[in-house]
Design a protein around this ligand. Structure first.
Ligand code: GLU
Length: 299
């Protein structure tokens, strides 16, 4: 496991599917300042696995926004989609271990079979396992690839061995979680379930992509919003399964609008590009997300 005292490699990894908003600015600035404070490196990565929704114009706009905020990063920027071959090789390896199965279920079928959503499930209702029981997936049908969570836990040595896996939280989860957070195998089976590793359209799914590429880039510190805290046990489990180092995690508060709603890319009025065009300065952006003026931040 990476230690909090290792030379920091921080990253900001947006998906170029829209314009950045104040929440992204807060996340990027928090990662940047942590890297600066530690004398480390700040990386920008484009998480463009969802190629259908990603656009080059958004990637350009993201870079302009970040430069406007005063951030710099080493070139070239890594685009996750360029790593498809390596991602697929890892899935093949997990399949060789018998931990992966094909799934032809539609979202509606999963929803109907799963019933009421469970609190704390990072990807909506856990998959009910319909295709896990099939002896073979029809090869002429587009299918997703899922991780068999129970088998994965057994492969790692069973529930006790998985409980001994943990990650270090140096920020705060949504319920104040901090420090060493052990995995909970029962929660992984009952609330997370058989996560998708490769989507039906062939794209590598978020959880695996982020784990492999953070590992590939030598990221030591993952700074991101608390909305992704519930995904972290999945990432820790995938790190164990794929032999990928575990970074330190710093989950931060979310930036909300005046109604307390988390910002989303669809709230165009709060995009950084619009704010820039309307004359906002980098200091205005910092102050609207509760950051001290540049150069005066603690630590
Ligand atoms: N690409 C993810 C997003 O845009 C963030 C990746 C991560 O921090 O895990 O939400």
């Amino acid at each position: 496991m990476v230690s909090a005292s290792d030379p920091a490699v921080e990253r900001f990894a947006p998906s170029p599917t829209g314009e950045l908003h104040l929440g992204h600015a807060f996340s990027a600035l928090t990662a940047w300042e942590a890297a600066q404070a530690a004398g480390g490196t700040f990386l920008l990565r484009m998480d463009d696995l969802d190629t259908g929704r990603c656009r080059p114009k958004f990637a350009r706009c993201i870079e302009e926004d970040l430069r406007f905020l005063g951030l710099t990063w080493p070139e070239p920027v890594l685009y996750q989609s360029t790593r498809a071959k390596s991602h697929c090789a890892v899935i093949d390896d997990l399949a060789d271990k018998g931990l992966v199965y094909g799934c032809v279920c539609t979202r509606a079928e999963i929803q109907a079979a799963a019933g009421a959503p469970q609190e704390g499930a990072p990807d909506g209702p856990p998959y009910p396992g319909t295709c896990r029981e099939r002896s073979e997936v029809p090869s002429d049908k587009a299918h997703a690839l899922r991780l068999d969570m129970k088998k994965a836990i057994d492969f790692l040595g069973g529930p006790d061995a998985v409980r001994a896996l943990s990650f270090e939280e140096i920020g705060e989860g949504p319920r104040g979680e901090h420090g060493m957070i052990p995995l909970d195998p029962q929660m992984l089976i009952e609330q997370v379930g058989d996560v998708v590793l490769r989507r039906k359209d062939g794209a590598i799914a978020y959880h695996l992509g982020v784990v492999l590429d953070d590992g590939f880039q030598g990221v030591t510190h993952v700074t991101r919003g608390q909305d992704l805290f519930p995904s972290t046990p999945i990432h820790r489990l995938l790190q164990a399964l794929t032999g990928t180092p575990t970074p330190v995690y710093r989950h931060h508060r979310l930036i909300r609008d005046e109604n307390g709603r988390r910002l989303a890319k669809r709230h165009k009025d709060l995009s950084l590009a619009v704010l820039r065009e309307s004359g906002a300065t980098p200091e205005d952006i910092r102050s609207s997300v509760g950051l001290a003026p540049a150069g005066q931040s603690a630590g």
